[in-house]
Design a protein around this ligand. Structure first.
Ligand code: FES
Length: 157
């Protein structure tokens, strides 16, 4: 078992999880409700799930999505990387990725973007803070090509 510490570019509170050596960084993130942009759902084709390894080592499959320069700087595809020690992982700001994904999904009117931004920050729903934590546009085993899947964190009661 290794410890994965997710740190956030936007300064959010780090999330620490335990993961087996066979768990990808992306799967560990999903299990911990850490949002990583992963439109292809981990099949290695989109190249969007980049994270930066700040400390520790990972087993990682080389990919054309990561340049030699970025690889040397610690960038890896989270879906193609598994911990080989305790690791500290920097997660890029997901909000900008979501905004571009919303454009792809043609949900880019001012009003829709405003609602989207509010859901990212969290809204009150019957006393619970509900936050949007995941968004996938089609191209997954579960979703049709034009579907948008949203995942929410319903917070503590
Ligand atoms: S989720 Fe698409 S390449 Fe990793």
């Amino acid at each position: 078992m290794y410890q994965i510490t997710f740190q956030f570019e936007n300064g959010g509170k780090p999330v620490i999880v335990d993961a087996t050596p066979n768990t990808t960084i992306l799967d560990a993130a999903k299990a911990a409700n850490v949002a990583i942009d992963a439109p292809c759902n981990g099949n290695g084709s989109c190249g969007k799930c980049r994270v930066k390894i700040l400390e520790g080592t990972v087993e990682s499959t080389p990919t054309h999505h990561i340049s030699e320069e970025d690889y040397a700087a610690g960038w890896r595809l989270s879906c193609a990387s598994k911990p080989a020690s305790d690791v500290v992982v920097q997660v890029p700001d997901i909000a900008s990725a979501y905004r571009s994904r919303m454009k792809t999904a043609d949900l880019s009117s001012g009003e829709e973007i405003r609602i989207f931004e509010e859901l990212l920050a969290g809204v009150d729903f019957h006393g619970r803070k509900v936050r949007l934590i995941g968004l996938t546009v089609g191209n997954t085993p579960e979703a049709c090509a034009d579907c948008v899947q949203l995942r929410f964190d319903f917070g503590e009661e």
